[in-house]
Ligand binder design. Sequence first.
Ligand code: ZN
Length: 361
Amino acid sequence: MKTKLYLIIALIIIPVLSIANIPIDSTKTNVKKVFTVVLDAGHGGKDSGKFVANTKESDIALKVVKILGKQLESHADIKVVYTRTTDKFLELYQRADIANNAKADLFVSVHCNAAAATQAKGNETWVLGIHRNADNLEVVQRENSVILLEEDYKEKYVGFDPNDPSSFATNLMIQEEYLDNSIEMGANVQKRFAEDLKRKNRGVKQAGFAVLRLSYMPSVLIETGFLTNKEERTFLKSSAGQKKVAASIYDAVLDYQKNRDINLFEVEQIDTSSPTVIKPAASNAIYKVQISASSKRLEAKSYNFNKLPEISREKDGGIYRYFTGNFSSLKEASDLRKKAIVKGYKSAFIVIYENGERRRL
Ligand SMILES: [Zn+2]
């Protein structure tokens, strides 16, 4: 009798589950997923970076990154990927490429500063600036044009064409999605440097660095101190100083990771407890793939979104949401989502429209 009842319940529940097509995500049971950090020691090889009183920026960056990497590697749930571990030359786009291929959660680039005024001191963290003028865009375009020399740049830089300005708009929007997280990480770094190292806090700043622009993930560039300032140079050159700098960045990364875990858990709580998820989709339901959300209003045209089909735009408060596709079947939407991810829209997700309402699947 009992088994019969179970069978009936199963027969009712299974079709409902499959109609609703609930994504049974393996990460749900394993909340603490592997967190991948790319550590990028600035410059290297023929490019020493700033060179002051026999001190190379590239050397200090590499030493700090190696200490930092070793500390992070001691965590089972953190994976460290290096752009370089020796004194070799790397183009900016190669660094971003390494990070994108690793599908990293965070990109940290380590540098040292210099200024004509030797009294200038302190540290600052840069994130990608999104409000830039056409002159800046040209400079960035020129810097990045070297990508065209690469034979298979189309595969390596999916959706990125240095000659196509709309390609920049799209890339910008991808990074803009990560901007909040980048700023959060930047603030963590600044706080740790100020509190632990008693450094002058020069703040989190924004600019159009190519290495930040090309990486599809939260990204920061840390200027650890001034080589032109004697006191800071001596500190950065010493192994004790390098350990302290590495320790501050290490703490900032852990602060950032901890916050991601909390957010992940909250999202899943809502997902699993939401009764609307269980409900099978209405027969007239429409599925689309959200590829981007931005304060920037772009024409809802395919050429603005790496040639993805059927672009639509919706305004939500101060934010524009951009979608691709318009399907009555979830399967088609799910195929298009995969395509969008390949094209660089890493955080693309499916939305469903039912009874005049949109919700995320
Ligand atoms: Zn540098």
